[in-house]
Ligand binder design. Structure first.
Ligand code: PMT
Length: 218
């Protein structure tokens, strides 16, 4: 039994990695499978929400009844999320968005050079921070993927990005975090209070998280 907590609500979830091109055959990306975001989309749908999933390349299928918007780069994700933002009730940013992209995207395959090759990177736009600056009635949730000092780094992101909740997860192992079927998290509320959510399936964790977020959604 899934309570219909989100009937009539518009929910947008981001999932998966972004892909930042170097040239036509090479790119920068990361190990996100999209499982966490897809679990959130599926459970939000079951809770009665209208769900949009803006996603990079996924290793799992998009659930039925969810509107999928596939993207590749962080720039495309920024556009698809911000253009929908005004009409949303809840945004959960579980995608693993690149912080940097190649400054120049080569039109032709990069030729091998003798010796080391330097690729200059530039910062991408922080989508979550942009939404945090723009938000009015929307409840905004960020994730924090950390490999050390989880709580300290997550607390800094909570402040910097003006989110209502931050889900901090440890991505240093293989049994939780990137690619795994399970996850474990510390949920930070905007006021800094925290809740430990022990290791469980990503679907069960999605259920717990969405139940907490609903307390803030009007
Ligand atoms: O996809 P899975 O294999 O299931 O793995 C799930 C996960 C580990 C990817 C997921 O649980 C997770 O932690 N997602 C966030 C990954 C991430 O980018 O974390 P971060 O600490 O680098 O970024 C903090 C927040 O800012 C995130 O909500 C991110 O979406 C957002 N961000 C980051 C950079 C950027 N340019 N724009 C953003 O919006």
């Amino acid at each position: 039994f899934v309570p219909k907590l989100y009937l009539g609500k518009e929910v947008l979830i981001t999932a998966g990695p972004t892909v930042e091109r170097i040239d036509p055959v090479r790119y920068l990306s990361n190990d996100s499978s999209g499982k966490m975001g897809v679990a959130l989309a599926e459970v939000a749908r079951d809770m009665g929400a209208r769900v949009t999933l803006v996603h990079g390349p996924l290793q799992v299928p998009v659930p039925d009844g969810v509107t999928a918007i596939p993207v590749m780069s962080s720039e495309e994700m920024l556009h698809e999320v911000t253009s929908r933002f005004d009409s949303l009730d809840l945004v959960v940013k579980s995608a693993a968005v690149a912080d940097y992209r190649p400054k120049t995207v080569h039109a032709e395959k990069h030729k091998k050079v003798h010796g080391p090759l330097t690729i200059e990177l530039e910062e991408t736009t922080d989508i979550l921070k942009t939404l945090g600056e723009r938000k009015t009635h929307q409840i905004l949730v960020g994730f924090a993927a950390e490999t050390e000092r989880l709580e300290e780094h997550a607390a800094a992101k909570l402040k910097k990005k003006n989110v209502d909740f931050l889900v901090a997860n440890d991505v240093s192992g293989s049994d939780i975090g990137f690619g795994a079927d399970d996850n474990e998290a510390v949920l930070f509320h905007a006021d800094g209070t925290t809740l430990n959510l022990p290791k469980q399936s990503k679907k069960q964790l999605a259920f717990e998280l969405l139940t907490h977020f609903k307390e803030a959604v009007r």
